[in-house]
Design a protein around this ligand. Structure first.
Ligand code: NAD
Length: 319
């Protein structure tokens, strides 16, 4: 049985990956300091997972856990553009120093392969869409720089230290368990919560900015594939869906699904936000067997139903 470790395993994508690994018969451990992740994300599988409370900023805390693992999925991060502008030191420490520690501990501990959660924010604003891995990165925020540095380190650990690594540039991932409660949350989790609570969301900018929204289960499948594919060490792949929707289109679609009329409010554009985002997924299809299964609308409907049930559960536990 493969021993797989997920850093950030209590987070939104990490906890979905843990479930995917368990389904595939892996023996799973997680490393998390619960900065943004939640224990409840692992609640109903807690008896099948070894949960380590540890901080990737502390090499000596994580090195003994990572030693000898077959696969490490490195997802732990402070994943927010606005937070990295408002308060850049904590995100630098987690996203850069923490990533370096994970790679160093993996190399020293003889880990079979590290799959790194990189970010499409590394591209910044490109003149051409879709965005291809060969384009020159133009990060627009500390977060984007930090995630790009992680990729560079992953590639260099492959070439200089013989550690197998693969980086996947996630685009806008959405799905169950994405935390909607912070102003730093992903736009879809905020839209879905507003929809269920019949509130008008605030859109920063004119709403014509576009995103390649990717359903979390498609990302989980690609992470699993990237952990096994041959001849990909040191490489970087787009992990998007290949489509793009503007925020205005997305909010209109959600209102139509729910049968409500709640015109959005608009506020000034936020610094660091990329204008348009769409992945060219040819590389991931060719080398990793990427095959997204969920249309945007299917993913939205599944996520909406999860949020609806979650809100009902929370309501019941308060009552
Ligand atoms: N959600 C997206 O759309 C998206 C897009 C691009 C890249 N990513 C990347 O995917 C990964 C997962 O993102 P997510 O959306 O699930 O976010 P998340 O906040 O839900 O998960 C991040 C996890 O990392 C943990 N963490 C943070 N600092 C830590 C530390 N110092 N030590 C140990 N654990 C720590 C948090 O507690 C949390 O559980 C991140 O690396 C993020 O940069 C996400």
């Amino acid at each position: 049985m493969k021993r797989s470790i997920v850093t950030g395993g209590a987070g939104f994508i990490g906890s979905a990956l843990v479930r995917g690994l368990l389904r595939s018969g892996h023996c799973v451990e997680t490393i998390d300091n619960f900065a943004t992740g939640k224990r409840e994300n692992l609640d109903e599988i807690s008896d099948q997972v070894k949960v380590h409370t540890a901080d990737i900023r502390r090499y000596h805390e994580i090195a003994p856990i990572l030693a000898g693992a077959d696969r490490v999925f490195h997802l732990a991060a402070i994943p927010s553009v606005p937070k990295s502008i408002l308060d850049p030191v904590p995100s630098h420490e987690a996203n850069v120093d923490g990533t370096f520690n994970v790679l160093r501990a993996a190399a020293q501990g003889g880990v079979g392969r590290v799959v790194y959660a990189a970010s499409s924010s590394a591209y910044g604003d490109t003149e051409v869409l879709p965005k291809v891995e060969t384009m020159l990165p133009r990060p627009k925020s500390p977060y984007a720089v930090q995630k790009l540095l992680g990729e560079y380190y992953a590639s260099v650990f492959a070439s200089c230290f013989g550690l197998e690594t693969v980086s996947l540039r996630f685009f806008n991932v959405f799905g169950p368990r994405q935390d909607p409660t912070s102003v730093y949350s992903g736009v879809l989790s905020i839209f879905l919560t507003c929809l269920l609570e019949r509130r008008k969301p605030t859109i920063y900018g004119d709403g014509e900015q576009s995103r390649d929204f990717t359903f979390v289960e498609d990302v989980v499948n690609l992470l699993l594939k990237a952990s096994e594919a041959p001849n990909v060490s040191g490489k970087v792949y787009n992990a998007g869906n290949g489509n793009r929707y503007t925020l205005n289109e997305t909010w209109a679609l959600l209102q139509a699904i729910e049968g409500v009329d709640l015109p959005a409010k608009y506020a000034p554009e936020r610094p660091g936000d990329v204008r348009d985002s769409q992945a060219d997924v040819a590389g991931a299809v060719r080398d990793l067997g990427h095959e997204p299964q969920y249309s945007f609308e299917q993913g939205l409907r599944l996520t909406l139903e999860w949020y609806r049930l979650d809100q009902a559960k929370r309501g019941a536990s308060i009552a």
